[in-house]
Design a binder for this molecule. Structure first.
Ligand SMILES: *Cc1c(COP(=O)(O)O)cnc(C)c1O
Length: 429
């Protein structure tokens, strides 16, 4: 492996002109130490850094690249779109094609609106839920991430009765005072929250399979339970499937668990690596969105033809090979788990479909509290060991690993060998 001298130099240069040297915080490797790898290019399951080292990639741009990097057919569709221009601020044919494609696997999204990011999709869905119910409060779960909108950058207060507190400077109390925070996978806490604020909850928003504290599946009956509660209280249920959409099942968590939300937010895979987001759901609710209804929401670049082309191609190719990718993910999870057992390393491998995480802890992880018991120092050592053996995983214990349809036995074998060495190294530190 070549020393990462170019990466180090580029990082120093970037730090001089960009906060932390990055465009999004996790990329700075704060949780694992060391300088981040700068990427030159990707191909299939592989990434190449600026020092010409190739890595098996399990970040996949944090989920969007269901068919891997630089897939030939996706690239061809992107180029075809770009040759016609990049943006028109007017209607294009592809938008409704992408929407219909999504609807074939998520039929509960009767109407959709395209936006530019997952954050934007969530912001818009919440505005809509508040307008529809004429209520202000929302419920969210600790450890669930829904983008960086003010009202959702919150942490739990000291009990259900306590409203959320901002967890970032710059977020006014006023922005979070309508956000109620409860633990994930705890139906009783949800019940209490609804009882405590009768007729005040516009919506409960949830990652139906949590992916932003590492992958934490819903416990048996939990999603059905929150569906029932929201219905009983006249509140909407919003599934934030920005990550889980096309990842936990071709039709998302709503299809996998057969629980129908009122509204769904999407992003990541539907843009195939270009910026996009979408929200949608019951037609009667979506009818409130401008220009049909009074709820304002707009976007200069929304429905961008290049993003739409990339998304369409990614879904076309990715959904066909999806089952194969999911069964390979299961095999990989088992392989990693066996290696941990061999070295008596306490580790929970948790995943659904094509996303999973390895938590270094001895108990199954069901919520943020027990996720936080993971040994993050050990994780950091394993991360560095994997990187040194040319396997690229997310630089945090609390992120999901993603598998693409381009991963194959060569990339998996390299991963197993690297993981074996990385655990040995980490144990000897
Ligand atoms: C990534 C993510 C978002 C935010 O999407 P961006 O495109 O980064 O704004 C929102 N919700 C969930 C569940 C996500 O995983």
């Amino acid at each position: 492996m070549n020393p990462r001298t170019q990466s180090d130099q580029l990082f120093n240069e970037a730090k001089a002109c960009m906060p932390g040297g990055v465009s999004s915080p996790v990329r700075a490797y704060k949780a694992v130490g060391g300088a981040p790898v700068f990427i030159d290019k990707g191909q299939g399951a592989w990434l190449c850094d600026v020092d010409q080292n190739w890595y098996v990639d399990y970040v996949l741009s944090y989920g969007p690249l269901l068919v891997g990097h630089a897939h030939q057919e996706v690239q061809a569709k992107i180029i075809e779109a770009i040759e016609k221009g990049t943006s028109f601020g007017a209607c294009t044919e592809g938008e409704a094609q992408l929407v219909r494609k999504i609807q074939t696997v998520m039929p509960k999204m009767e109407q959709l609106r395209l936006v530019n990011s997952g954050t934007e999709a969530v912001m818009s869905a919440l505005r809509l839920a508040r307008a529809y119910t004429t209520r202000d409060k929302i419920i969210k779960c600790t450890g669930n991430y829904h983008g960086h909108a003010d009202s959702l950058l919150v942490e739990a207060g000291s009990g259900v009765a306590t409203l959320a507190l901002p967890n970032s400077p710059g977020v006014p109390i006023g922005s979070t005072e309508n956000t109620v925070v409860i633990p994930f996978n705890n139906l009783m806490a949800a019940e209490k929250a609804f009882d405590h604020f009768p007729n005040e909850i516009a919506a409960m928003i949830i990652e139906p399979v949590a992916g932003n504290m590492g992958v934490v599946p819903p416990q048996e009956g939990y999603l059905e339970g929150v569906r029932k509660l929201t219905q009983e209280h006249g509140s909407l249920l919003i599934f934030d499937e920005v990550m889980t959409g096309f990842r936990v099942h071709p039709g998302g968590a709503q299809t996998l668990y057969q629980v129908s939300p009122d509204l769904t937010t999407l992003g990541k895979v539907i843009g195939g690596g270009l910026p996009i987001g979408a929200y949608g759901g019951r037609a009667e609710i979506m009818a409130l969105i401008a220009p049909d209804g009074p709820v304002y929401q707009a976007g200069t670049l929304s429905g961008n033809p290049v993003s739409v082309a990339a998304g369409l191609a990614t879904l076309d190719i990715g959904l066909k090979a999806w089952d194969q990718a999911a069964s390979q993910t299961r095999a990989l999870m088992q392989g990693l788990s066996d290696i941990a057992t061999k070295y008596s390393v306490p580790m929970q491998v948790q995943g659904v479909g094509t996303m999973f995480s390895c938590f270094f802890t001895d108990m199954p992880v069901t919520n943020l509290k027990n996720a936080s018991r993971s040994n993050t120092h050990f994780f950091a050592d394993v991360f560095q060991g994997l990187l040194a053996h040319q396997v690229h995983i997310p630089p945090s214990q609390y992120e999901a690993w993603f598998v693409s349809t381009a991963h194959d036995s060569k990339s998996f074998n390299q991963t197993m060998e690297a993981f074996d060495s990385a655990l040995q190294n980490a144990l000897s530190v």
